[in-house]
Write a protein that binds this ligand. Structure first.
Ligand code: FES
Length: 114
């Protein structure tokens, strides 16, 4: 995915929520809203491929995979707690006109440009 495309309404992603969406290219993406900051990760835990969108957001800005408890930084995809070893890929995100637009993938662990 190289261009930004609208994948959800902001109204469908309240603070503290996760939402599974799919890009027009078929990529499964997990949207997260951490204290009003929206981010997007590949919707697949790197430990054993459980959907992160079925997980839980914690106050420290991490998403916990509910299968074995790995945690990833919602903003960067970096691993914060095992058993996962590898981070998950994050996407650039914009919120415009009440829509969540997801764009290109970022290098693992990279912060979004601000
Ligand atoms: S599949 Fe996510 S922690 Fe095991």
């Amino acid at each position: 995915m190289t261009a930004f495309e609208p994948l959800a309404d902001l109204a469908d992603l309240p603070e503290g929520a996760l939402l599974a969406v799919r890009s027009s290219a078929g990529e499964a993406i997990c949207l997260a809203n951490v204290k009003g900051r929206v981010s997007a990760l590949v919707d697949c835990c790197t430990h054993a491929e459980f959907p992160l969108s079925d997980g839980v957001i914690h106050a420290d800005g991490t998403v916990e995979c509910v299968w074995h408890g790995a945690r990833f930084d919602c903003a960067t995809g970096a691993v914060c707690k095992g058993p996962a070893v590898d981070g998950v890929v994050a996407y650039d995100v914009r919120v415009e006109g009440g829509k969540i637009l997801v764009g290109p993938r970022r290098p693992i662990g990279a912060e979004a440009a601000r």
